[in-house]
Design a protein around this ligand. Structure first.
Ligand code: HEC
Length: 107
């Protein structure tokens, strides 16, 4: 009896942990982490979660190229977010590219 339960639990758990690996999508975990740690969702909505101070990431994806997004994040005049926050040039080049290609998957 207990063995059966244990077996079921093990099978369920391994299905759960196997799911992300089976996914066809690229691993967007690092980008999502950055969006959370940098507080982007205070103003931008990602998949229904976030603020309405600015366009949602879906709208940005529809309207901006990678180059435009990159410029916006490393804005030398530091006016991102209607001057409410400085730019994101403290991020490494790799982190910036991770964000840019997540927001705009089209090269
Ligand atoms: C304090 C609010 C705020 C935060 C936090 C914020 N943004 Fe923005 N963002 C804005 C506003 C407002 C605009 C549009 C006006 C402007 O250009 O400043 C904008 C514009 C943008 C744009 C250009 C597209 C457009 O609609 O103009 C991109 C890309 C962008 N944000 C990405 C990000 C990312 C990625 C983060 C986190 C690393 C972030 N933003 C954090 C408020 C914010």
């Amino acid at each position: 009896m207990d063995r059966t339960r244990l077996l079921i639990a093990v099978v369920l758990l391994s299905t759960l942990t196997a799911l992300p690996a089976n996914s066809e999508e690229a691993d967007d975990g690092p980008a999502r982490k950055l969006i959370n740690s940098q507080g982007c969702k205070a103003c931008h909505t990602l998949e229904g979660d976030g603020g309405n101070v600015a366009d949602s990431f879906a709208e940005i994806r529809a309207n901006f190229s990678r180059a435009e997004i990159r410029l916006k994040l490393v804005n030398t005049s530091g006016k991102h977010g209607k001057s409410m926050i400085p730019d994101f040039s403290h991020l490494s080049q790799e982190e910036l590219e991770t964000l840019v290609s997540f927001i705009q998957p089209e090269p």
